[in-house]
Design a protein around this ligand. Structure first.
Ligand SMILES: [Zn+2]
Length: 326
């Protein structure tokens, strides 16, 4: 169980002004590096809206209860329906620009158009926020430009991403399929294992699947085997869309935990910097003295007692009350 050491503030205000419950120090709290205290994170990203991504890859991901990230090029979309359906089923739809240019060589106003217009159209079509972008040709414009529109952006330099993400506007990924050295599941699985050893985040970049005519096809059998490999080792890998993992890391880095103690209950809340949306952060604290077990009032926090700790998932902005189990 790995955690990051970070300064967790003790609450000094708010609740203590309105009632007499003691406000406790939260020095004994830990925030999981990755959701659920899993050792590492993994994301599957798909570029260029190739049809097989929606007819074949989406059902495979869903077979394992997993979600991927799809990066359509606006000008290449002939039918939004499969994309809309994927979004409805919980997959992320991000931007791969309007016209697939090399953003590193465009003038600023053209870069702004590609970033802003693609985001606007995706949000209009799917009715959800478009939070991340994959750069065509893995060529990034100035980070400050991207940061005006997106929380995170993907490049392709094959590195695993450390938990303290060095630059959210340049998050690495590994290209797989026939045009890469990563054609078979065993090689891809080795890549994920390497990421787990580093307690890092590993992102795959996939284009075509099976026998399609698109770039660097990956066989469905390889994708299936890799998804199976990860889901058989769920304590080691948090598999989630690109935006969710980026949001988690951004929340973790800015989280403050507050606790209010009563005789037989603890109320925990978390705040972070303002983000477009929030994913649950996993935190833990030791079981209080004299408590053999605990339960949540709302029963909705993935509460888990393990090794003398209470682990819970809590969405920033919310409060959860845990009671002594009698
Ligand atoms: Zn592309």
């Amino acid at each position: 169980m790995k955690k990051l050491s970070l300064a967790i503030a003790t609450a000094l205000f708010a609740i203590s002004c309105t009632n007499n419950e003691p406000q406790n120090s939260t020095d004994n709290y830990e925030i999981a590096t990755w959701q659920g205290f899993r050792t590492s994170a993994a994301s599957f990203t798909f570029d260029d809206n190739l049809p097989a991504q929606f007819t074949d890859a989406v059902p495979l991901l869903e077979k394992y209860g997993l979600h991927g990230t799809f990066y359509p090029v606006i000008n290449w979309v002939t039918d939004w329906e499969p994309i809309r359906q994927a979004a409805e089923n919980g997959h992320e739809i991000g931007s791969h620009t309007v016209s697939h240019p090399n953003l590193s060589t465009l003038p600023e106003d053209s870069v702004r158009f590609e970033l802003a217009e693609s985001k606007k159209i995706i949000e209009r079509e799917i009715g959800k926020e478009c939070l991340t972008i994959a750069y065509p040709y893995c060529a990034a414009p100035a980070d400050s430009l991207t940061a005006e529109y997106y929380i995170a952006a993907r490049i392709c330099d094959r590195k695993h991403i450390q938990a303290h993400i060095p630059n959210t506007m340049r998050i690495s990924s590994l290209g797989v399929g026939s045009e890469s050295e990563y054609i078979y599941a065993r090689d891809i699985n080795d890549y994920f294992e390497e990421g787990k050893t580093q307690e890092a985040w590993s992102v795959l970049l996939i284009h075509e699947l099976e026998n399609g005519n698109g770039y660097s096809p990956l066989t469905l059998q390889a994708l299936d085997s890799t998804l199976n490999f990860l889901s058989q080792r769920c304590e080691g890998y948090w598999v989630a869309p690109f935006a969710d993992v980026a949001l988690y890391a951004l929340e973790r880095e800015s989280a403050q935990i507050y606790e209010t103690r009563a005789d037989d209950s603890i109320t925990i809340s978390v705040t972070t910097k303002t983000l477009p949306r929030y994913v649950p952060l996993t935190v833990r604290r030791p079981l209080p003295e004299g408590w053999s077990s605990a339960a949540t009032v709302d029963g909705n926090a993935n509460l888990c007692i393990s090794g003398g700790y209470i682990n819970i998932d809590i969405t920033p902005g919310n409060a959860i009350t845990i009671t002594k189990h009698k």
